[in-house]
Design a protein around this ligand. Structure first.
Ligand SMILES: [Fe+2]
Ligand SMILES: [Fe+2]
Length: 189
């Protein structure tokens, strides 16, 4: 991949949001319970992976590099945790039960409103960061997604900030994978 073709981390995250929105639409328009169940599993997978990448890569940078970034990150992480709790509850509910529909609607609203907040309040500020910082972030988001849990999980404090400042992208990715593996091991104990 040439420099010109390098993926922009904000575009990468926006693309995830587009896909999640279309999955929620697909859930509403699904014609059979089986189809709905498939779409629901996709939503859980895609959201868990996306939010992990944000936790590991985006929020640490927001915290340290943006004005009042700590407060901004804390509010958005709180929204992610709320959506996570709803997703975990959904996974434990009877898919055909009445409670599922009502919790699913709460989850849908929470996720879509969180995505809109990120798009309005966070992503425009991220775009203003030094391109030298944004480029490795895209690589880190890819690595974090590959190593991410695919179901709702407790928030794991990001480890990427120090790594971002520490060296070339390949070494950063190796260290991030290692950190993610350790974080997951800690969670599963
Ligand atoms: Fe998020
Ligand atoms: Fe997001």
């Amino acid at each position: 991949m040439t420099q010109d073709q390098a993926i922009d981390v904000v575009d990468q995250l926006l693309q995830d949001h587009v896909e999640v929105r279309s999955l929620f639409t697909a859930f509403e328009t699904a014609r059979t319970a089986e189809e709905r169940s498939d779409v629901f599993r996709h939503i859980v997978h895609d959201l868990s992976v996306h939010e992990t990448a944000e936790e590991e890569v985006v929020w640490p940078v927001v915290r340290t590099d943006l004005a009042e970034g700590a407060a901004l990150a804390d509010v958005r992480i709180g929204e992610e945790e709320a959506a996570n709790r709803l997703m975990a509850k959904l996974e434990a509910l009877d898919f055909d039960g009445r409670e599922f529909s009502s919790v699913f609607e709460d989850c849908r609203r929470a996720v879509l409103s969180h995505a809109e907040r990120e798009e309005n309040d966070v992503f425009p500020l991220l775009r203003q960061l030094d391109p030298g910082k944004l480029a490795p972030m895209a690589t880190l988001v890819d690595a974090a997604k590959k190593a991410a849990p695919t179901h709702p999980h407790p928030h794991v404090p990001g480890t990427a900030t120090a790594n971002l400042l520490a060296g070339p992208a390949a070494a950063i990715v190796d260290r991030t994978r290692d950190s993610l593996r350790k974080a997951r091991e800690r969670l599963s104990r």
